[in-house]
Design a protein around this ligand. Structure first.
Ligand SMILES: C[S@@+](CC[C@H](N)C(=O)[O-])C[C@H]1O[C@@H](n2cnc3c(N)ncnc32)[C@H](O)[C@@H]1O
Length: 324
């Protein structure tokens, strides 16, 4: 399991990048970028070096933690998966590439693609000091045109990206991501109802195109959740000092809500159930909301079933468990 906090090399690179830069200015830029996101805008507001750094400090720790949690779920279910090549689409400051490098020692080649010149420049600067990432290839361009010229990779990741593409274009982009996937495609989105809906729509589209779900779902059928419920998970992450300053936040941690799907070319043999909310533990029983191969199930594991109760007490939201 990879830890949710940024790797030491990345933290050091971010700190170094901040030297001599006014934290107040970066905080002001970060506030503006966050407001643009809240108002439904995208990364278009990130235009300068200072903007890119502000984005990285304000959002990269959280998106890194979400991608890491998603990759941990994939590794848990497919421990033999050892990708050699990665394609990181909408790579921004390189978040998913850093997370994948930590999750898979097998990765040898990293190709990043993004339209944003300022984020690309920052990503290359951050990667320069990394043993694994210093030789990345980072293509600047629009996703659809850029992807057409790139080779397929064992693992393709689109993290916090497909929501920035218009609905009209999204289906074609998702189809193209799949054509560039040799083994596994991972899509990660914010854990909002809208983010989860984009994940469900992409999942549905690619299952129809022959994909299989590796995680989080234990089946390739229709999602059994219906509004106001939605499939999402949460990851707690520590806040760096600079991160707290830039966000004007006091708490030493934050919880990032995210939604994800990992789709594979070949079906996986193991299909454990997924814990869909933090289980309720009482002295009488553990009550857990599970997505199982047969649909939604609220499992009740009584204390008198000693071993099963002891195991269920350790379940956490997002875990894969052998219980239906
Ligand atoms: C919210 S950022 C996420 C960055 C990174 N993947 C992460 O998880 O931190 C979205 C990124 O997608 C890129 N992007 C959005 N639409 C794009 C498109 N059509 N072509 C290329 N890049 C795009 C933006 O430039 C931005 O860097």
């Amino acid at each position: 399991m990879t830890a949710p906090d940024l790797p030491a090399e990345l933290k050091a690179a971010l700190e170094a990048r901040l030297q001599g830069v006014s934290r107040n200015e970066v905080a002001a830029r970060a506030a503006l970028i966050s407001k643009t996101y809240r108002d439904g805008g995208g990364s278009g507001a990130i235009a300068s070096e200072a903007d890119a750094l502000a984005y990285a400090l304000a959002r990269m720790p959280a998106t890194y933690a979400a991608v890491t949690a998603s990759l941990n779920a994939l590794v848990g279910i497919a421990p033999e998966f050892a990708p050699k090549s990665l394609l990181d689409v909408g790579a921004g400051p390189g978040t998913a590439s850093w997370a994948a490098a930590e999750a898979f020692a097998s990765l040898q080649s990293f190709t990043l693609l993004d339209a944003n010149a300022a984020l690309r420049a920052l990503a290359l600067d951050l990667a320069r000091g990394s043993t694994r990432l210093r030789d990345v290839s980072y293509v600047q361009g629009a996703a659809r045109a850029g992807l057409a010229d790139l080779e397929a990779a064992d693992l393709v990741v689109a993290s916090y990206m497909i929501g920035e593409v218009s609905e009209a274009e999204r289906g074609a982009l998702v189809a193209q991501l799949w054509t560039k996937t040799r083994d596994t495609l991972m899509i990660v989105e914010p854990g909002t109802p809208a983010g989860a809906e984009r994940i469900i729509a992409s999942r549905r589209q690619l299952i129809a195109a022959g994909a299989h779900v590796a995680a989080p779902c234990p089946h390739d059928g229709a999602c059994p959740l219906s509004p106001p419920d939605w499939c999402h998970f949460t990851q707690r992450l520590p806040r760096l000092r600079a991160h707290k300053q830039v966000k004007g936040a006091e708490l030493p941690f934050e919880d990032e809500k995210f939604a994800y799907v990992a789709l594979t070319r070949a079906p996986l043999a193991r299909r454990p159930s997924r814990v869909l909310a933090q289980p309720d533990v009482s002295k009488v029983e553990v009550t857990a909301k599970l997505c199982t191969a047969g649909g939604l199930n609220v499992a009740r594991i009584a204390r008198r079933a000693k071993a099963a109760y002891a195991a269920a007490r350790r379940w956490r939201w997002g875990d894969a468990v052998e219980e239906g």
